[in-house]
Design a protein. Structure first.
Length: 255
Protein backbone atom coordinates (compact mmCIF):
# COMPACT_ATOMS: atom_id res chain seq x y z
CA UNK A 1 0.00 0.00 0.00
CA UNK A 2 1.44 3.35 -1.05
CA UNK A 3 0.31 6.64 0.47
CA UNK A 4 -0.80 7.80 -2.98
CA UNK A 5 -2.51 4.69 -4.35
CA UNK A 6 -5.45 5.83 -6.49
CA UNK A 7 -4.32 9.48 -6.39
CA UNK A 8 -3.51 11.68 -9.37
CA UNK A 9 -0.76 14.26 -8.87
CA UNK A 10 0.13 17.16 -11.15
CA UNK A 11 3.64 18.57 -10.75
CA UNK A 12 4.75 21.58 -12.76
CA UNK A 13 8.33 21.99 -13.97
CA UNK A 14 8.82 18.28 -13.36
CA UNK A 15 10.91 17.28 -16.38
CA UNK A 16 14.03 17.74 -14.23
CA UNK A 17 15.40 18.93 -10.90
CA UNK A 18 13.22 19.17 -7.81
CA UNK A 19 10.00 18.51 -9.75
CA UNK A 20 11.37 15.28 -11.19
CA UNK A 21 12.50 14.19 -7.72
CA UNK A 22 9.01 14.81 -6.36
CA UNK A 23 7.36 13.07 -9.34
CA UNK A 24 9.55 10.02 -8.75
CA UNK A 25 8.71 9.88 -5.03
CA UNK A 26 4.96 10.29 -5.63
CA UNK A 27 5.06 7.57 -8.31
CA UNK A 28 7.02 5.26 -5.99
CA UNK A 29 4.23 5.71 -3.44
CA UNK A 30 1.51 4.73 -5.93
CA UNK A 31 0.38 7.97 -7.58
CA UNK A 32 -0.45 8.50 -11.21
CA UNK A 33 1.65 11.53 -12.12
CA UNK A 34 1.25 14.27 -14.71
CA UNK A 35 4.62 15.82 -15.49
CA UNK A 36 4.01 19.34 -16.73
CA UNK A 37 6.84 21.27 -18.33
CA UNK A 38 7.44 23.80 -21.08
CA UNK A 39 8.80 21.20 -23.49
CA UNK A 40 6.27 18.42 -24.14
CA UNK A 41 8.90 15.92 -25.32
CA UNK A 42 11.02 16.46 -22.17
CA UNK A 43 7.88 16.09 -20.04
CA UNK A 44 6.87 12.89 -21.86
CA UNK A 45 10.39 11.45 -21.54
CA UNK A 46 10.42 12.14 -17.78
CA UNK A 47 6.93 10.66 -17.33
CA UNK A 48 8.00 7.57 -19.28
CA UNK A 49 10.82 6.88 -16.81
CA UNK A 50 8.72 7.13 -13.62
CA UNK A 51 8.11 3.92 -11.66
CA UNK A 52 4.64 2.43 -12.12
CA UNK A 53 2.79 0.63 -9.36
CA UNK A 54 -0.65 -0.93 -9.31
CA UNK A 55 -2.97 0.61 -11.88
CA UNK A 56 -1.08 3.91 -11.97
CA UNK A 57 -0.12 5.59 -15.21
CA UNK A 58 1.81 8.73 -16.00
CA UNK A 59 1.61 11.41 -18.66
CA UNK A 60 3.86 14.24 -19.83
CA UNK A 61 2.13 17.46 -20.83
CA UNK A 62 3.72 20.50 -22.48
CA UNK A 63 2.37 23.72 -21.00
CA UNK A 64 3.51 27.19 -19.97
CA UNK A 65 2.11 27.69 -16.47
CA UNK A 66 1.94 31.44 -17.10
CA UNK A 67 -0.59 30.93 -19.92
CA UNK A 68 -4.21 30.43 -18.86
CA UNK A 69 -5.05 28.67 -22.14
CA UNK A 70 -2.16 26.20 -21.64
CA UNK A 71 -3.09 25.62 -18.00
CA UNK A 72 -6.77 25.00 -18.65
CA UNK A 73 -5.96 22.60 -21.51
CA UNK A 74 -3.36 20.79 -19.38
CA UNK A 75 -5.68 20.27 -16.42
CA UNK A 76 -8.51 19.08 -18.68
CA UNK A 77 -6.14 16.61 -20.38
CA UNK A 78 -4.82 15.26 -17.07
CA UNK A 79 -8.31 14.68 -15.69
CA UNK A 80 -9.33 13.01 -18.94
CA UNK A 81 -6.23 10.78 -19.29
CA UNK A 82 -5.51 9.97 -15.63
CA UNK A 83 -9.10 9.92 -14.38
CA UNK A 84 -9.07 12.67 -11.75
CA UNK A 85 -6.98 15.16 -9.82
CA UNK A 86 -6.03 15.09 -6.12
CA UNK A 87 -2.62 16.74 -5.68
CA UNK A 88 -1.06 19.83 -7.26
CA UNK A 89 2.53 20.88 -6.74
CA UNK A 90 3.36 24.34 -8.11
CA UNK A 91 7.08 23.85 -8.69
CA UNK A 92 7.90 25.39 -12.12
CA UNK A 93 10.39 28.19 -11.74
CA UNK A 94 12.99 30.38 -13.39
CA UNK A 95 15.55 32.94 -12.27
CA UNK A 96 16.56 36.21 -13.95
CA UNK A 97 19.00 37.52 -11.35
CA UNK A 98 20.41 41.03 -11.41
CA UNK A 99 20.94 43.96 -9.10
CA UNK A 100 17.94 46.27 -9.07
CA UNK A 101 19.54 48.99 -11.19
CA UNK A 102 20.29 46.44 -13.94
CA UNK A 103 17.09 44.39 -13.65
CA UNK A 104 14.87 44.87 -16.69
CA UNK A 105 11.09 45.04 -16.75
CA UNK A 106 11.18 41.74 -18.66
CA UNK A 107 13.29 40.12 -15.90
CA UNK A 108 10.64 41.21 -13.39
CA UNK A 109 7.60 40.20 -15.47
CA UNK A 110 9.00 36.79 -16.48
CA UNK A 111 9.87 35.73 -12.94
CA UNK A 112 6.64 36.99 -11.37
CA UNK A 113 4.73 35.46 -14.29
CA UNK A 114 6.06 31.92 -13.89
CA UNK A 115 6.14 31.73 -10.09
CA UNK A 116 3.15 33.77 -9.00
CA UNK A 117 0.79 33.91 -11.97
CA UNK A 118 1.66 30.30 -12.75
CA UNK A 119 0.75 29.15 -9.23
CA UNK A 120 -2.43 31.25 -9.38
CA UNK A 121 -3.58 29.83 -12.74
CA UNK A 122 -2.77 26.23 -11.85
CA UNK A 123 -4.42 26.46 -8.43
CA UNK A 124 -7.51 28.12 -9.85
CA UNK A 125 -7.91 25.40 -12.47
CA UNK A 126 -7.29 22.60 -9.95
CA UNK A 127 -9.55 23.95 -7.20
CA UNK A 128 -12.65 23.45 -9.34
CA UNK A 129 -12.00 19.69 -9.12
CA UNK A 130 -10.82 19.75 -5.51
CA UNK A 131 -13.85 21.69 -4.22
CA UNK A 132 -16.33 19.54 -6.16
CA UNK A 133 -14.88 16.33 -4.66
CA UNK A 134 -14.17 17.95 -1.25
CA UNK A 135 -10.55 16.74 -1.36
CA UNK A 136 -7.29 18.21 -2.55
CA UNK A 137 -3.69 18.98 -1.64
CA UNK A 138 -1.71 21.93 -2.95
CA UNK A 139 2.02 22.18 -2.29
CA UNK A 140 3.63 25.43 -3.42
CA UNK A 141 7.35 26.04 -3.75
CA UNK A 142 8.76 29.12 -2.07
CA UNK A 143 12.47 29.60 -1.28
CA UNK A 144 14.79 30.80 1.45
CA UNK A 145 15.37 33.70 -0.98
CA UNK A 146 11.92 34.96 0.08
CA UNK A 147 13.71 36.33 3.16
CA UNK A 148 15.93 38.49 0.94
CA UNK A 149 18.82 37.70 -1.39
CA UNK A 150 21.13 40.10 -3.20
CA UNK A 151 20.44 40.17 -6.94
CA UNK A 152 17.05 38.49 -6.63
CA UNK A 153 14.51 41.29 -6.07
CA UNK A 154 12.13 39.68 -8.59
CA UNK A 155 12.58 36.09 -7.35
CA UNK A 156 12.47 37.08 -3.66
CA UNK A 157 9.26 39.06 -4.16
CA UNK A 158 7.70 36.13 -6.04
CA UNK A 159 8.75 33.57 -3.43
CA UNK A 160 7.49 35.67 -0.49
CA UNK A 161 4.31 36.22 -2.52
CA UNK A 162 3.95 32.44 -2.68
CA UNK A 163 3.86 32.33 1.12
CA UNK A 164 1.00 34.86 1.29
CA UNK A 165 -0.79 33.09 -1.54
CA UNK A 166 -0.44 29.80 0.36
CA UNK A 167 -1.92 31.22 3.57
CA UNK A 168 -4.85 32.80 1.72
CA UNK A 169 -5.72 29.67 -0.27
CA UNK A 170 -5.54 27.67 2.97
CA UNK A 171 -8.17 29.96 4.51
CA UNK A 172 -10.41 29.89 1.43
CA UNK A 173 -10.17 26.19 0.57
CA UNK A 174 -9.86 24.57 4.01
CA UNK A 175 -13.65 24.29 4.46
CA UNK A 176 -13.71 22.25 1.23
CA UNK A 177 -11.24 19.60 2.36
CA UNK A 178 -8.26 21.19 0.64
CA UNK A 179 -4.89 21.62 2.41
CA UNK A 180 -2.51 24.23 1.03
CA UNK A 181 1.10 24.41 2.20
CA UNK A 182 4.47 25.53 0.87
CA UNK A 183 8.04 24.33 1.02
CA UNK A 184 10.90 26.82 1.12
CA UNK A 185 14.00 24.99 -0.09
CA UNK A 186 17.50 26.17 0.68
CA UNK A 187 20.32 25.31 -1.72
CA UNK A 188 19.28 22.26 -3.74
CA UNK A 189 21.70 20.76 -6.27
CA UNK A 190 19.91 21.10 -9.63
CA UNK A 191 20.48 22.71 -13.03
CA UNK A 192 19.12 25.95 -11.53
CA UNK A 193 21.93 26.19 -8.97
CA UNK A 194 24.48 24.86 -11.50
CA UNK A 195 23.50 27.79 -13.76
CA UNK A 196 24.07 30.18 -10.85
CA UNK A 197 27.57 28.69 -10.39
CA UNK A 198 28.27 29.29 -14.08
CA UNK A 199 27.07 32.92 -13.80
CA UNK A 200 29.43 33.45 -10.86
CA UNK A 201 32.30 31.80 -12.78
CA UNK A 202 32.55 29.06 -10.14
CA UNK A 203 33.06 25.36 -10.63
CA UNK A 204 29.83 23.47 -9.74
CA UNK A 205 31.49 21.33 -7.03
CA UNK A 206 33.21 24.35 -5.50
CA UNK A 207 29.92 26.28 -5.47
CA UNK A 208 28.19 23.36 -3.73
CA UNK A 209 31.04 23.06 -1.21
CA UNK A 210 30.85 26.78 -0.40
CA UNK A 211 27.04 26.63 -0.11
CA UNK A 212 27.26 23.66 2.27
CA UNK A 213 29.33 25.83 4.64
CA UNK A 214 26.34 28.16 5.07
CA UNK A 215 24.10 25.78 7.01
CA UNK A 216 24.40 23.82 10.26
CA UNK A 217 24.15 20.37 8.64
CA UNK A 218 27.10 21.21 6.34
CA UNK A 219 25.77 19.72 3.14
CA UNK A 220 23.70 20.91 0.20
CA UNK A 221 20.19 19.59 -0.37
CA UNK A 222 19.04 17.28 -3.14
CA UNK A 223 15.68 16.88 -4.90
CA UNK A 224 15.03 13.84 -2.67
CA UNK A 225 15.08 16.11 0.41
CA UNK A 226 12.28 18.23 -1.05
CA UNK A 227 10.43 15.14 -2.29
CA UNK A 228 10.29 13.71 1.25
CA UNK A 229 8.73 16.91 2.60
CA UNK A 230 6.36 17.21 -0.38
CA UNK A 231 5.18 13.61 0.08
CA UNK A 232 4.32 14.35 3.72
CA UNK A 233 2.46 17.58 2.88
CA UNK A 234 0.58 15.91 -0.01
CA UNK A 235 -0.44 12.95 2.15
CA UNK A 236 -3.29 12.48 4.60
CA UNK A 237 -0.76 12.37 7.45
CA UNK A 238 -0.65 16.18 7.31
CA UNK A 239 -4.39 16.81 7.08
CA UNK A 240 -4.36 19.08 10.18
CA UNK A 241 -1.56 21.22 8.72
CA UNK A 242 -2.48 24.05 6.35
CA UNK A 243 -1.22 27.49 5.36
CA UNK A 244 2.32 26.67 6.50
CA UNK A 245 5.68 27.18 4.85
CA UNK A 246 8.15 24.44 5.76
CA UNK A 247 11.79 25.46 5.38
CA UNK A 248 13.84 22.55 4.04
CA UNK A 249 17.23 24.21 4.11
CA UNK A 250 19.55 22.34 6.49
CA UNK A 251 18.91 25.11 9.00
CA UNK A 252 20.45 27.79 6.75
CA UNK A 253 17.92 30.43 7.84
CA UNK A 254 18.25 29.86 11.57
CA UNK A 255 20.69 32.76 11.90
P1 LIG B 1 15.18 23.63 -12.64
O1 LIG B 1 16.13 22.51 -12.55
O2 LIG B 1 15.58 24.83 -13.42
O3 LIG B 1 13.78 23.08 -13.13
C1 LIG B 1 12.69 23.96 -13.34
C2 LIG B 1 11.78 23.35 -14.38
O4 LIG B 1 10.66 24.26 -14.54
C3 LIG B 1 12.46 23.21 -15.74
O5 LIG B 1 12.19 21.95 -16.30
C4 LIG B 1 11.81 24.34 -16.55
O6 LIG B 1 11.68 24.06 -17.94
C5 LIG B 1 10.42 24.38 -15.94
N1 LIG B 1 9.74 25.63 -16.26
C6 LIG B 1 10.27 26.89 -16.30
N2 LIG B 1 9.34 27.77 -16.67
C7 LIG B 1 8.19 27.08 -16.88
C8 LIG B 1 6.90 27.44 -17.29
N3 LIG B 1 6.58 28.73 -17.57
N4 LIG B 1 5.95 26.48 -17.40
C9 LIG B 1 6.25 25.18 -17.13
N5 LIG B 1 7.48 24.78 -16.74
C10 LIG B 1 8.44 25.71 -16.62
O7 LIG B 1 14.84 24.23 -11.18
P2 LIG B 1 14.80 23.53 -9.73
O8 LIG B 1 16.05 23.87 -9.04
O9 LIG B 1 14.37 22.12 -9.86
O10 LIG B 1 13.65 24.42 -9.05
C11 LIG B 1 12.31 23.98 -8.91
C12 LIG B 1 11.58 24.98 -8.01
O11 LIG B 1 12.25 25.08 -6.76
C13 LIG B 1 11.52 26.39 -8.57
O12 LIG B 1 10.29 27.00 -8.24
C14 LIG B 1 12.65 27.07 -7.84
O13 LIG B 1 12.46 28.48 -7.79
C15 LIG B 1 12.54 26.42 -6.48
N6 LIG B 1 13.73 26.48 -5.67
C16 LIG B 1 14.89 25.91 -6.07
C17 LIG B 1 16.00 25.97 -5.24
C18 LIG B 1 17.32 25.35 -5.62
O14 LIG B 1 18.31 25.56 -4.88
N7 LIG B 1 17.42 24.59 -6.71
C19 LIG B 1 15.93 26.64 -4.02
C20 LIG B 1 14.73 27.22 -3.64
C21 LIG B 1 13.63 27.13 -4.46
P3 LIG B 1 12.82 24.55 -18.98
O15 LIG B 1 14.00 23.74 -18.68
O16 LIG B 1 12.23 24.27 -20.32
O17 LIG B 1 13.03 26.02 -18.70
Amino acid sequence: MGRFDGRVAVITGAARGIGLGVATRFAEEGASVAVIDLDESAAAEAAGKLPVSGGAKHVGVGADVASSADVDAAIARVVDELGGLHILMNNAGITRDNLLFKMTEDDWDLVLGVHLKGAFLMSKAAQAHFVAQKYGKIVNVSSTSALGNRGQANYSAAKMGIQGFTRTLAIELGPFGVNVNAIAPGFIATEMTDATAARLNLDVDEFRRLSAEHNPVKRVGFPEDIAAAAAFLASDESSYITGQTLFVDGGATLG
